[in-house]
Design a protein around this ligand. Structure first.
Ligand code: IPE
Ligand code: IPE
Ligand code: MG
Length: 248
């Protein structure tokens, strides 16, 4: 079968792809199964997407795995998601290292149960020298949580006399976010047909290209990722300029 991969212009790859992995519950319901069944099958889509990105040469892949709002789901579902996280951290560590992928995590991580928090820190430390791609898991994450924390941190440093209020600019704010040091996402992909941001990377997606697909996350595979990248490569990013200025 011909792969869409051949249609990707490698010289114009997005450097950073952000994904809202959505639709696990509906995927499961469609086949008369419990929501958790969908989450279990979502892991394979994570593997495929991470592998496809690393193979292509994408430098940053950032996945929305669990939002601050997701804590409001039933304790049964939250517990199941935490168990899946623990298992994935245990089972995928070798693959991350074999593929030279650095694991990173952002969010209110202290809210994670201790075993998950500890496994996460271990995996991050264990992969810290890998440099092919950075895979960031957003866990107990939300854009407003991150912005609130950033304001608090900057305010504290102003109070301590370490920052002059006049020095607060876009670069300083960017450097105080959980994503400090990472480029902004070039493309934001959301699966499941929902067309909303759900409190994701609010500051960072200011100029990201948005891509929505109806596929549920467990059905998302490499070809779907290639399709998203090709769609992205056919867009013109103007950053406020005119088309004529861009083409010069
Ligand atoms: C995404 O799938 C996974 C998480 C938010 C943890 P959902 O669980 O939101 O699935 P739907 O949207 O209900 O189908
Ligand atoms: C967003 O999906 C969060 C994650 C994918 C982790 P949700 O399913 O929680 O979003 P809403 O509630 O439908 O907006
Ligand atoms: Mg959802």
């Amino acid at each position: 079968m011909e792969s869409l991969k051949d249609k990707i212009i490698i010289g114009r790859l997005p450097e950073h792809i952000a994904v809202i992995m959505d639709g696990n519950g509906r995927w499961a319901k469609q086949q008369g199964k419990m929501r958790v069944f969908g989450h279990q099958h979502g892991i394979q889509a994570v593997r495929d997407t991470a592998e496809a990105c690393a193979e292509l040469g994408v430098k940053y892949l950032t996945l929305y795995a669990f939002s601050t709002e997701n804590w409001n789901r039933s304790s049964f579902e939250v517990d199941a998601l935490m168990t899946l996280l623990a298992n994935a951290l245990r089972d995928e560590l070798k693959t991350l290292n074999d593929n030279n992928i650095r694991l990173n995590a952002i969010g209110d991580l202290k809210r994670l149960p201790k075993p998950q928090y500890d496994s996460l820190m271990f995996a991050i430390d264990n992969t810290k020298n890998n440099n092919r791609m950075t895979l960031t898991l957003c866990l107990s994450y939300s854009g407003r949580w991150e912005i609130t924390k950033m304001v608090r941190d900057i305010a504290t440093q102003v109070k301590e006399g370490k920052i002059n209020p006049n020095d607060v600019d876009e670069a300083l704010i960017t450097n105080h976010l959980a994503t400090a040091g990472m480029p902004d996402p070039d493309i934001l992909v959301r699966t499941s047909g929902e067309e909303r941001i759900s409190n994701y990377l609010l500051w960072q997606i200011a100029y990201s290209e948005l891509y929505f697909t109806k596929k549920y996350w467990p059905d998302f595979g490499k070809e779907d990722l290639y399709e998203a990248i090709i769609n992205y490569q056919n867009r013109e990013r103007r950053f406020g300029k005119t088309s004529e200025q861009i083409k010069k």
